[in-house]
Write a protein that binds this ligand. Structure first.
Ligand code: ADP
Ligand code: ZN
Ligand code: ZN
Length: 739
């Protein structure tokens, strides 16, 4: 008779779970999906995840191996997270074992116990201990015990074993002996040491504007059920205040709130505001944490100690004991989509999770993704808008600066420089946005035309002057800067184009008395350097701010009254159909850094394409009009959100091989492709990257179900092909970029 079979998601690239027999002596009554199980896998052991207990196996039961051990007495994941991971694994067609591995903290994948480390117990001397010490008879033959007791007698508050090491070797053994005699006692403090609790009384919240109050009321009315809200409001319109009020309402009902933010948006400023306002505790989950910190935060969320969880992408899988509200801030941000491995979209999964849990989901942004705008327009999401900045401040006017035929100083036009001088002369601050780090995007030989091409990619190597290196931003390869042209030997090598480092170097002599803060990945690599730069900006020591998109999000610079977008052209004609949407979002985001009520800001956009229709609409009418125009273009071209896509990427050292695979995949797709377009294979926009040739096949359907109907049988057929190790391929469902 076949016994119960454990179906286990084992971290491996295979698209299935694996069947095991229960480990010998396992109590089946206590076993439930969601527990981790140590299993033999090939010739090694690994930690897998129990997803189901089945009655039989497709395999011959005599061939099944028993699992080695069940690691958890209870499921480590609540049922809703288990269901969410399984849903996502199926939707994105990702191997189940890898999906679980990606969704769990690293230490749990490694088999670490799912328990919070308790702070060490504090030991105190008891009354009996004091008596024993005074009598000293019973301690005559135990000098170590006597010494310890004598020491503890002087520390009525107690000490932990670690601090007793200088007093006596191996205090724990002695403490146990004393404990057995009733002469000492210990207490384990209740609060885990890692909790981020604040006991300060939260500040009085501001009186809500009418629009804020409407938004809070609309969501507050449906706290018991699923409904998605799209909260649209410019920077400074009070979105965060709306989140805080809603979270307070949810906490008052004894429930928890989960807030997702883009990595870059998770600034110290945002966290400080949350900590200050929300009583109880906050757990933070982001990629900067150590594995232990991450696991602790995860566990605090799970046991409900952390009532608010703020985190980046993967926090969408955070377990919550009593979930009551999901918030996605800056919901348009592309970083919510994982770009490799398990390619899920955290915003979309938040919506799925909200539906599963029956709780509201609030998506907030100044510049919502066109997908979300369309969902709101079609009534699937409930639109909420905060049309004005709070406190009467106006949005900064945005002006287009036509730089055609203009004399340029290192990428800056005269009108922009003049405006900078005027604002700086008034003691104000200026922010220049240039989404390109390094000194110059390429080095060119003026003699023969040689370019600093990367040996591994279809890309130029960026010149980093301070480090004296050429670096490829796509594969990371780098080498010393050439002094002479490697082809013709000429020394006339020129840096072409502008990066943030060059802008900084150019501005120093122009504004010798003004401190400059450059904020990009290079200047902030060292720990603490970003904080130092931000402090200098806030105290006015640095008044020219140069930055990449790192500067565009999250931070508030109230003294900035002029924002210059140095080069808008990159985004207007990018290879990706989403380029213009991204550019509009970035422009408005940097614009949002500027000004406040008393000091309104101005935004200048340098472009060679002042008549670009979408740019004009954006500047003249604002984001909603831009979104409407961009959506009309997308509809016309049958592009997302009016189509649903899946991208099959393939790469190989040999271009023929990648294309050959995709042609075969295309042939397999065609008989299944009712209601679908199969486009390609075509080379990826960057065909060669890190030494491998890349191409893709795009599947597109007007209706999502047509696309997904094909994916299952198709992926199964692709997997059934004889494996060719020379090809790497991956499916990206709902891709957000084509690279
Ligand atoms: P957003 O998240 O849309 O950028 P915030 O919620 O951060 O906007 O609000 C911007 C600033 O205005 C913050 O300093 C906030 O404390 C303040 N603020 C928000 N709502 C109000 C209000 N109703 N009255 C006064 N000040 C407010
Ligand atoms: Zn040359
Ligand atoms: Zn490269």
């Amino acid at each position: 008779m076949p016994g119960p079979i454990l179906r286990i998601a084992v971290p491996s690239p295979l698209y299935r779970t694996f069947d095991y027999l229960p480990p010998p002596g396992c109590d089946l009554a206590t076993l439930a999906p969601g527990a981790r199980v140590r299993v033999p896998f090939g010739r090694r052991q690994t930690v897998g995840f129990l997803v189901e207990i089945g009655a039989d196996s497709e395999l011959d039961p005599t061939l099944l191996r028993p699992a080695l051990a069940v690691l958890d007495r209870a499921p480590i994941l609540p049922a809703d997270v288990l269901a969410l991971i399984q849903w996502a694994q199926r939707y994105y067609r990702h191997p189940p074992g890898e999906a679980f591995a990606a969704a769990l903290p690293a230490l749990l994948r490694q088999g670490e116990p799912a328990t919070l480390p308790r702070p060490p117990p504090v030991w105190r001397i008891t009354a009996a201990g004091l008596t024993a010490l005074a009598e000293s008879v019973s301690l005559r033959r135990a000098p170590a015990q006597r010494r310890l007791l004598g020491y503890l007698a002087q520390c009525p508050a107690g000490l932990d074993a670690e601090t007793l090491w200088p007093v006596i070797r191996n205090p724990t053994a002695t403490l146990r002996a004393l404990d057995a005699r009733g002469w000492v006692e210990s207490d384990a403090p209740d609060a885990p040491a890692t909790i981020d609790a604040t006991s300060a009384i939260p500040p009085t919240p501001p009186t809500l504007s009418a629009a804020q109050a409407d938004a809070v009321a609309a969501v507050g009315a449906v706290l018991d059920r699923f409904q998605v809200f799209l909260l649209e409001g410019v920077t400074g319109s009070g979105k965060t205040e709306v989140y805080l009020r809603l979270i307070e309402a949810v906490l008052a009902r004894g429930r928890q709130a989960l807030v997702l933010t883009p990595e870059i948006g998770l600034t110290p400023q945002l966290l400080a505001r949350f900590r200050e306002r929300l009583p109880g505790s906050l757990a933070v989950l982001h990629s900067g944490l150590s594995d232990r910190e991450r696991l602790n935060a995860w566990l605090l969320a799970r046991d409900g100690t952390a009532r608010v969880v703020v985190g980046t992408r993967s926090a969408v899988f955070a377990p919550l004991r009593a979930p009551g509200l999901l918030i996605v801030d800056e919901e348009h941000d592309p970083s919510f989509k994982q770009q490799d491995g398990f390619r899920y979209h955290a915003r979309d999964l938040a919506v799925i999770r909200g539906r599963q849990l029956g709780v509201p989901v609030v998506l907030g942004s100044a510049t919502p993704a066109l997908e979300s705008v369309r969902n709101a327009r079609d009534g699937r999401y409930h639109p909420l808008s905060l049309p004005e900045r709070v406190g009467g401040g106006t949005e900064p006017p945005i002006l287009i600066l036509d730089v055609r035929r203009q004399p340029m100083t290192e990428g800056l036009s005269q009108p922009l420089l003049e405006r900078m001088r005027a604002h700086l002369a008034r003691g104000e601050q200026v922010l220049l946005f240039l989404n390109r780090r390094g000194f110059a995007p390429l080095l060119l030989c003026h003699e023969c035309g040689w370019l600093s091409q990367c040996r591994h990619c279809d890309a130029r190597m960026t010149l980093h002057l301070r480090q004296q290196r050429l670096t490829c931003h796509h594969c990371g390869d780098n080498r010393p800067v050439d002094v002479v042209c490697p082809v013709c030997g000429s020394v006339d090598l020129r840096a072409v184009g502008h990066g943030t480092e060059r802008l900084e170097a150019a501005l120093r002599p122009l504004f010798p008395d003004i401190g400059i803060a450059r904020i990009d990945r290079d200047s902030t690599r060292r720990r603490g350097s970003l904080e130092t730069l931000l402090a200098d900006i806030h105290n006015g020591d640095r008044r020219i701010l140069i930055g990449t998109q790192m500067l565009a999000k999250g931070h508030h610079f109230p003294e900035v009254t002029l924002v210059g977008v140095v080069d808008a052209d990159q985004g207007l004609y990018g290879v990706d159909f989403r380029s213009s949407e991204r550019m509009a979002q970035l422009i408005l985001q940097v614009a949002g850094r500027a000004g406040r009520a008393e000091k309104p800001g101005t935004v200048l956009i340098q472009t060679h394409h002042p008549d670009h229709p979408l740019l004009r609409v954006l500047v003249a009418e604002g984001y909603p009009a831009f979104a409407a125009a961009a959506l009309a273009e997308r509809r016309e071209a049958s592009l997302p959100p009016f189509a649903h896509q899946a991208l099959l990427r393939a790469e190989a050292a040999d271009p023929e091989r990648a294309t050959g695979f995709l042609n075969a995949a295309r042939a397999l797709a065609e008989p299944l492709a009712a209601g679908l377009e199969v486009l390609g294979p075509v080379p990826a926009p960057m065909e060669r990257r890190a030494g491998r040739y890349r191409a893709h096949l795009l599947l597109q359907a007007a209706r999502r179900q047509d696309l997904h109907r094909l994916l299952d049988p198709w992926v199964a057929q692709l997997l059934a092909r004889p494996a060719d190790r020379r090809i790497r391929w991956a499916l990206d469902v709902d891709p957000v970029e084509l690279y």
